[in-house]
Ligand binder design. Structure first.
Ligand code: IPE
Ligand code: IPE
Ligand code: MG
Length: 237
C-alpha cells in the first residue's frame, strides 16, 4: 500500500463533552471546560508534529438550539480560551482565524476574534482556524449569493463560475482542504461541517470523548491516515 506522508491540514469535530460530564455526574459545563483543555492538547500536538493547518469545530450554527445557559457557557469558554492562550499562541507563531457567521455572536466576542486575528495575521507557524457559529450550508449559500451578485453587477460571467471561483468565496479561502477529518464521541456524521472542503478527506471516527483526547490519540489518528491510500478516483497504485 502506498504511504502518503503529506499531511497539511487536520480538521476536528470535537464531540462528546456532554457525555464525558454525564458519565461523571458533572454538569455539562464541566465537560466543556475539560474540552477546552483538550483543545490546548490538540494545538500543542499539531505544533509538535509540524502540521501547518488545524481547524476545530467549536460551535455549529445548529448549536443555538441548546439551552441559553449552555450557549452562554460555551461563549464564556471561548472568551477564556482566547484571552488565556493568545499571547502564547502569538509568540509561538500561530495564526488564528475564525470561520462562521459573526453577526449573531456577542459583541465582545466579535471584538476578541477580530483583535486576535489582527495580532496573529503575519505569523507563519500553525494556522489555527476555529469554527464558531459555522455551518456549511450557510457558507455555501453565501458564496452563491456573492457570485450571483457579481454576475448581476456585470463583474463576473456565468461561464467563469467554476470550482476555483467558488472556493474563493468560501470562508476557508486560502486554506487547503483538510487531508484528515477526525470526529470523537463515536458519532459518524458531519453535522454541517466543511461539506465542500472534505470531498476527498480521509475520515477517522474515534469512540473516545473529546475531553479524553490526548497527543497519543492524535498520533494514532495520524498513523491511521498514513496507512490510507488516497486515490482521488484514479486506479489503485
Ligand atoms: C461537543 O460536545 C461540544 C459542542 C458541540 C459545543 P457536546 O456538548 O456535543 O457533547 P455531547 O455530544 O452532548 O456528548
Ligand atoms: C457538532 O457536534 C458540532 C461541534 C462539535 C461544535 P454536535 O454535538 O452539535 O452534533 P450533533 O448534534 O450530534 O450532530
Ligand atoms: Mg455532541
Amino acid at each position: 500500500m502506498a504511504l502518503h506522508t503529506s499531511l497539511t491540514h487536520i480538521a476536528i469535530i470535537m464531540d462528546g463533552n456532554g457525555r464525558w460530564a454525564k458519565a461523571r455526574g458533572l454538569p455539562r459545563i464541566a465537560g466543556h471546560q475539560r474540552g477546552a483543555e483538550a483543545v490546548r492538547t490538540a494545538v500543542r500536538g499539531c505544533r509538535n508534529l509540524g502540521i501547518p493547518y488545524l481547524t476545530l469545530y467549536a460551535f455549529s450554527s445548529e448549536n443555538w438550539k441548546r439551552p441559553a445557559s449552555e450557549v452562554d457557557d460555551l461563549m464564556g469558554l471561548l472568551r477564556v480560551y482566547v484571552r488565556s492562550e493568545l499571547a502564547e499562541l502569538h509568540s509561538g507563531g500561530v495564526r488564528l482565524r475564525f470561520i462562521g457567521e459573526r453577526d449573531a455572536l456577542p459583541r465582545d466576542v466579535v471584538t476578541l476574534i477580530e483583535e486576535s486575528e489582527a495580532l496573529t495575521r503575519a505569523n507563519d507557524g500553525l494556522t489555527l482556524s476555529v469554527a464558531v457559529n459555522y455551518g456549511s450550508h450557510r457558507e455555501i449559500i453565501r458564496a452563491c449569493q456573492q457570485l450571483a451578485g457579481e454576475v448581476v453587477a456585470g463583474r463576473l460571467a456565468i461561464a467563469d463560475i467554476d470550482e476555483t471561483a467558488f472556493v474563493r468565496r468560501l470562508e476557508t479561502v486560502g486554506i487547503p482542504d483538510p487531508d484528515l477529518l477526525i470526529r470523537t464521541s463515536g458519532e459518524k456524521r458531519l453535522s454541517n461541517f466543511l461539506l465542500w472542503q472534505i470531498a476527498y478527506s480521509e475520515f477517522v471516527f474515534l469512540d473516545i470523548l473529546w475531553p479524553d483526547f490526548s497527543e497519543q490519540t492524535l498520533h494514532d489518528a495520524v498513523a491511521e491516515y498514513h496507512n490510507r491510500e488516497r486515490r482521488y478516483g484514479a486506479s489503485s497504485a
